[in-house]
Design a protein around this ligand. Sequence first.
Ligand SMILES: [Zn+2]
Length: 108
Amino acid sequence: MQQVEQLAVEHHAFGVAKITVQIGALSGVEAELLNSAFSIAQAGTIAARAELLLETMPITVRCQSCGAESEVSLNCLLCKTCGDWQTRLISGNELLLKQVEFITAADA
Ligand SMILES: [Zn+2]
């Protein structure tokens, strides 16, 4: 929310219309919890009427043996190309502010 308010000031925005957040499947963040936390946090701020969009990101790993990237599930982090278990996490644990849509003077 702090990040959003700072961005709004930088953009000379009157308000915030939409906030898109990416949540990795490994981040441990529950979309429902984030939603309710957001509605509490947004009250009285520049984003008071903003809509929150949550995008769930898949878990992706890169294989250390063959270099292939695979989209995997939480309980099976094996390379899908060669079956090796020596994989490195590329994405899946992020909690990212992806996009913020502002209401500007032109919209008002
Ligand atoms: Zn592999």
